[in-house]
Design a protein around this ligand. Structure first.
Ligand SMILES: Cc1cc2nc3c(=O)[nH]c(=O)nc-3n(C[C@H](O)[C@H](O)[C@H](O)COP(=O)(O)O)c2cc1C
Length: 318
């Protein structure tokens, strides 16, 4: 089987607009931003936050919806309702988020400290949906509690259909280097598909991660920020084809398409604010970008932003 290339879930980033850009570049699978099971179940039906979090374009590729929570019954009910929407191809359970507001509620990566509760969540969610159920996990809570191998086995026994393993502990957050050797140990310990995650940012790192971990695919998070074509690069590397990075004119075209699709969806005012971070990523490393970004953050329209972005065309990358 050919390895699959996934867009890792990222809160505030992997919405339908960004996902579609990634799919068009060869991404095989994506996951929504994380959704609170309890928040989703108790929110009024017209609450914008969930409408936006759960929106998907009809022409996207395979899409998982990611839920987080610590109560098996809420998680199961949320999975059932989300399945009923008919929008998603699988349910992904967040057992990796390190954020205090998530682990404080005993969910996200805190579940790796309570494997029995994590297993009950998977069992209940499995019972409530016909969709495949996957788990996104880390290596453990901290260096003294690296339990990814027994934890992964338990998730498999509980019914998980696949795992994505971020090769860091919760204590590491996003710092240090992802440990692909430890992901390899997880892959060897279970029969379900395992997707490697952490520090996969281009063709060579994807090939190396696959070689070291023996995994069934890779998931790219930060490496896709401002670079949805990273999927084209990885697919080329997997096929042994040469890859040419896009010229700056294409980067600006992509950034502006991203912006205008966001504006068509959420209105220009919200889109201008939400796109600021993306413009930073699209121009990352280009000489003069820092000054232009200050002016982009003060811009009142996307026409103004586009002129500012194009003004960097003569500046070479650092
Ligand atoms: C801004 C941001 C938001 C994230 N949000 C989520 C999330 O909602 N759910 C999740 O499972 N992981 C989330 N992650 C973790 C990523 O999915 C991924 O595991 C991590 O960034 C490591 O992969 P990378 O080195 O390719 O970025 C987030 C990461 C970042 C940087």
């Amino acid at each position: 089987m050919n390895p699959t290339v996934h867009l890792a879930p990222m809160a505030g980033i992997t919405d339908q607009v960004f996902r579609r850009l990634c799919f068009e570049n060869g991404c095989d699978w994506a996951t929504t931003e994380m959704v609170s099971a309890q928040g989703f179940l108790t929110a009024p039906p017209d609450r914008n936050a969930y409408r936006f979090l759960l929106a998907r374009y009809a022409d996207e590729g395979s899409l998982g919806v990611q839920i987080f929570g610590a109560d098996p019954l809420y998680m199961a009910q949320a999975a059932e309702r989300l399945t009923g929407l008919g929008l998603f191809d699988r349910i992904d359970i967040n057992m990796g988020c390190p954020a205090q507001k998530v682990v404080g509620g005993q969910s996200g990566s805190a579940l790796m400290k309570d494997p029995d509760l994590a297993a009950r969540i998977v069992e209940q969610v499995k019972k409530s949906t016909v969709l495949p159920v996957t788990v996104k996990m880390r290596l453990g809570w901290d260096a003294e509690h690296v339990n990814a191998v027994p934890f992964a086995r338990l998730m498999e026994q509980a019914g998980a259909d696949g795992l994505t393993v971020h090769g860091r502990t919760r204590a590491q957050q996003y710092a240090g280097k992802a440990d692909w050797q430890k992901i390899a140990q997880v892959k060897q310990a279970v029969r379900i598909p395992v997707i490697a995650n952490g520090d996969i940012v281009d063709g060579p790192s994807a090939l190396q991660a696959l070689q070291i971990t023996g995994c069934d695919g890779v998931a790219v998070g930060r490496g896709a920020l401002g670079r949805p074509w990273v999927f084209a690069e990885i697919q080329a590397a997997l096929a042994g084809r040469p890859y040419t990075p896009p010229p700056y004119s294409h980067i600006v075209d992509t950034a502006m398409r991203h912006a205008r699709e966001m504006a068509a969806w959420k209105g220009e005012r919200s889109a201008l604010l939400e796109m600021r971070k993306h413009f930073t990523w699209y121009t990352f490393g280009r000489r003069g970008a820092a000054q232009v970004r200050i002016r982009i953050n003060q811009a009142d329209s996307f026409d103004e932003v586009e002129a500012l972005l194009r003004s960097l065309a003569q500046n070479s990358p650092r």
